[in-house]
Design a protein around this ligand. Structure first.
Ligand code: MG
Length: 451
């Protein structure tokens, strides 16, 4: 394959040992041959990215905000008072993520500030995954607002890649009121580059890169635009005369490897649009099916038995509730505990097999408690976690559940129903009110943010 790259007139570049000759003089066009061609794959990989995700969710929730310069920002008086997201309208006024609320106010007085609602973003993200699952079962969530899809072989159902992208954009918009952009490539790297560098900037909201056109579109771009190049690498590259992605791509792979090891080699592959990773059936979904777990880092060191028991019960309840919600019961209870003293590396991680598959809180709790007291060294603890694994379908488990007192099952079901409708604090074990209980504190926070 012959490729042309255009360099500005009078470009002067330092010579790097081993680089291909034509690249170093300053004539306008250079031709060379890509020797390192990737295997022919012909896959259809997409990266679906939500536009200004947090801000878009807020606008979708409150349509009166549509068209307004909305800024999602923590408490302006707190350290958290930085911009997490901003709508297109706010961005045109100069707002950027990471700015402080104060800096924004100086830019414009029309800005509408909204506090973040992490739970809504998580819920919407999961909802979008569900929508995308209607297109393919090969999905890899990449971040809260980005997901990779492997659409290979779906042409008969949804048309060519262009038609697929349009359909996905339309479906997501109709069901959530959020605009998404789609990068399309023959591997995840190309899809990511197509999305970040082109789809986000064009009107259609999608862009297709392939082994055929990758060099034509990406090689003229500045080196910082290459996926994986941070400011440090940008500097390193700059120092040896690499200004564009094309400059990097034409260097011998070995020289990159020698200088920066595996990282240099990966960037070299990125510059050529080569990426061997594959999108499997959601590995995370598989993982979730194998076990259900929950853990907490405690707000302070716990040392009193009673307090630890309270938290242990709360965690157990959460794990069991999650297991029941996906209609699973487990045969292995695992408890892990991290000590407060980092130097002594205290704590343990132990598991036990249950007598029968269960997802009944008090059942699992009795196993967890036994494990805990067997292995706890009586030193203060910092974090606690419980998991339920070797899951079987609830159907199988129901048989053994039938043998239980009907009251116990009815109570569990009623509690789950109430909590799914009215929130996890609508019904709780009385012990959560005792010292050490974290239920109420946790219920209002997700990942350190207000829910
Ligand atoms: Mg985004």
């Amino acid at each position: 394959m012959g490729i042309c790259i255009k360099l500005p007139k009078n470009t002067k570049l330092k010579t790097i040992a081993g680089a291909q000759e034509p690249y170093y003089n300053n004539t306008i066009e250079h031709q060379f041959v890509c020797k390192e061609m990737p295997p022919e794959v012909n896959k259809i990989i997409m990266l679906v990215d939500m536009e200004s995700f947090y801000a878009s969710v807020e606008v979708a929730k409150n349509p009166s905000l549509r068209g307004k310069p909305v800024v999602v920002c923590g408490d302006p008086k707190q350290r958290s008072g930085i911009v997490l997201a901003a709508t297109r309208e706010a961005k045109t006024l100069g707002v950027k993520t990471g700015m402080t609320a104060g800096e924004c106010t100086r830019l414009s007085s029309q800005l509408v500030f909204v506090r973040p609602h992490m739970q809504d973003y998580i819920d919407t993200s999961l909802k979008i995954t569900k929508i995308l699952e209607k297109f393919t079962d090969r999905i890899r969530p990449y971040s809260i607002d980005e997901q990779f899809l492997d659409m290979t072989g779906c042409e008969k159902l949804f048309g060519n890649p262009k038609e697929m992208a349009k359909l996905i954009i339309k479906k997501v918009w109709e069901s959530t009121g959020i605009r998404c952009r789609v990068g399309i490539g023959e591997n995840p790297l190309q899809a990511k580059m197509a999305c970040d560098r082109f789809a986000k900037k064009n009107k259609d909201g999608f862009f297709i890169l392939s082994h055929k056109n990758y060099a034509i579109y990406t090689w003229p771009l500045p080196i910082k635009d290459l996926f994986g190049v941070g400011s440090r690498m940008e500097n390193n590259f700059f120092n040896i005369g690499i200004r564009t992605i094309g400059h990097l791509a034409v260097l011998p792979r070995e020289s990159l490897k020698r200088r920066w090891g595996i990282n240099g080699e990966i960037l070299w592959l990125n510059a050529r649009g080569i990426d061997y990773s594959i999108i499997e059936e959601t590995s995370r979904a598989k993982e979730i099916r194998k076990s259900v777990s929950h853990s907490i880092t405690l707000p302070r060191d716990y040392r009193v038995k009673k307090e630890i028991e309270v938290v242990l019960l709360e965690i157990t309840e959460e794990v069991c509730r999650r297991a029941r919600s996906i209609k699973k019961a487990g045969r292995v209870v695992h408890v892990c505990c991290r000590g407060a003293d980092f130097e002594l590396a205290t704590g343990f991680s132990r598991q036990v097999r249950t007598f029968e598959p269960t997802a009944i809180t008090m059942d699992v709790y009795s196993y967890a408690l036994k494990l805990f007291y067997t292995y706890w060294d009586r030193r203060p603890i910092r974090a606690l976690g419980i998991s339920l694994s070797d899951l079987t379908d609830f159907k199988g488990a129901q048989l053994s559940l039938i043998n239980r007192k009907e009251k116990e099952i009815a109570l569990t079901k009623a509690m789950d129903l109430a909590r799914s409708r009215y929130g996890i604090t609508s019904l709780f074990w009385l012990s959560s009110l005792a010292p050490g209980g974290l239920l109420f504190e946790r219920a209002t926070k997700i990942g350190g943010h207000e829910a």
